[in-house]
Design a protein around this ligand. Structure first.
Ligand SMILES: Cc1cc2nc3c(=O)[nH]c(=O)nc-3n(C[C@H](O)[C@H](O)[C@H](O)COP(=O)(O)OP(=O)(O)OC[C@H]3O[C@@H](n4cnc5c(N)ncnc54)[C@H](O)[C@@H]3O)c2cc1C
Length: 421
């Protein structure tokens, strides 16, 4: 069997490694000619770290990322609402990592090139369209900047081509642009002094305005950590701003909105002011769809389920998609049946997570605290009960298949758990 993967992002590269591990021939096509480490922070939950470990990448991750040990929610004054252990400390058999998205992509790319051969990673090739017959898929690509078209054939084609997926557009011709939530994300990364011991992710604020901060790598000079920050804010802008992960924004706009956010343990304005490059990205998703798999073609990652960044799900869930899909192809002689089974297993859960993320997902406690105590509180128990806090976190965890019992207890998708525990 031969598979064409469209897109060399986190999902596409994880899929290439997984297919190779399953003994399936794969070729990756990526529109960007020269892949360089773009983006800022991303979180890998234990469910995804398990999968990358079973691909033999545990040491790569440990070197590149920071094993996140706690997640803490605060109100806009920096008062603690909720704090929980993460990764090994929360009973998972695998850590959680915060990591630079570009570094993660580069380490995956290096392993893909080693394992399937550089000639099977075709950069500078943009998918234009595909056509499927009863037993083949033919894909047409355009080479970097030239008008020359090239075609390739395979048994199946996977759209791992992100939020602006060409594959999805051909399957859902009338879908149009992503759905703008009238919120903006401002993102940056800078070497900073560690806070809370150097392995805590913090989220402070509420639905309309919040800040997410976490360390994701060692800093350039001893003691500092490369720290990712995201400011998210409701805006009155009606039009969808241009979605480009690398679009810089004037940091004065961010400072104006967050100038009062000097929290007891984090001077957010100073962090923003010191960051050389600040990027803007709109909060967008798409309506969940009724099918990802159409005969010999399917979707994974952001192409399948673009979602709000709440709960830091996109990277991890793209990796799990890749693993489930590879497992179905390994277990089923009929690729069309395999794609249908993958769709049936993954799509309902991801559609649910997409909708929950519009309502703050696991971070719903932030909004409860804001609505009930906008001026702050003496004791969180007087405002939001322990049961409410636990329920908000646990129900998301179950819906997204992140629960420790689920992650530790499920059989390996692809290789019976033999590699690199
Ligand atoms: C440049 C960039 C920076 C990002 N930065 C962050 C970040 O800082 N934090 C964060 O949480 N998330 C970031 N993301 C999104 C994040 O990577 C995804 O939400 C998540 O990892 C799911 O990955 P994915 O593989 O589905 O999509 P992506 O990682 O978006 O990968 C899709 C890939 O498909 C390629 N592609 C698109 N169209 C075509 C086509 N027609 N033909 C061939 N190839 C195509 C793209 O160039 C891209 O490499 C970024 C994405 C990109 C592309």
């Amino acid at each position: 069997m031969k598979v064409i993967v469209v897109g060399g992002g986190i999902g596409g590269l994880s899929l290439a490694l997984s297919l190779h591990q399953a003994g399936i021939t794969v070729r990756v096509y990526e529109t960007v000619w020269d892949l360089v480490p773009l983006g800022v922070g991303i979180n890998l939950h234990p469910t995804a770290v398990r999968e990358l470990t079973e691909l033999g990448l545990a040491d790569d991750l440990a070197r590149a990322g920071v094993a996140t040990q706690r997640l803490s929610y605060f109100n806009k004054f920096g008062q603690l609402i909720w704090s929980e252990p993460r990764g090994l400390g929360a009973g998972y058999n695998w850590p959680q990592y915060s990591i630079h998205r570009g570094q993660l992509q580069m380490l995956l790319l290096r392993r893909v090139r080693e394992r399937i051969g550089s000639h099977n990673v075709r950069s500078g090739s943009r998918l234009i369209s595909f056509a499927q017959s009863r037993d083949r898929v033919t894909a047409t690509f355009q080479g970097g900047g030239s008008a020359t078209l090239a075609t390739d054939e395979a048994d199946i084609l996977i759209g791992a081509d992100g939020i602006h997926s060409t594959v999805r557009r051909q399957l859902y011709r009338d879908e149009g642009e992503p759905r703008f939530a009238h919120q903006l994300l401002w993102r940056g990364a800078i070497d900073a002094e560690p806070f809370f011991g150097g392995a805590t992710m913090i989220i402070a604020g509420h639905f309309n305005q919040r800040i997410v901060v976490y360390p994701m790598a060692r800093g350039a000079k001893g003691g500092d950590l490369l720290t990712n920050w995201v400011c998210q804010m409701t805006v009155s802008d009606q039009a969808l701003p241009r979605e480009d992960w690398n679009r810089r924004v004037d940091k004065d706009r961010v400072l104006a909105a967050f100038e009062r956010w000097r929290l007891p343990w984090l001077d957010a304005p100073a962090l923003i002011r010191d960051t050389p490059d600040v990027y803007e990205f709109p909060v967008v998703d798409r309506e969940p769809v009724q099918a990802w798999s159409f005969g010999r073609v399917t979707l994974i990652g952001d192409a399948a389920h673009p979602m709000h960044p709440t709960g830091s799900q996109a990277g991890s869930q793209a990796i799990v998609d890749a693993r489930v899909l590879a497992a179905k192809l390994l277990a089923n002689a009929d690729p069309i049946e395999a794609l249908a089974l993958y769709d049936a297993e993954r799509r309902p859960a991801m559609n649910e997570v997409t909708l929950r993320n519009r309502r703050l997902g696991p971070e719903a406690a932030l909004q409860l605290a804001e609505e009930r105590a906008p001026g702050g509180f003496d004791r969180i128990e007087d405002v939001v009960s322990r049961q409410e806090l636990e329920a908000a976190v646990a129900s998301f965890s179950l819906a997204a298949h992140l629960d420790a019992a689920d992650v530790n207890g499920r059989p390996s998708f692809v290789n019976n758990g033999a590699v690199g525990r």
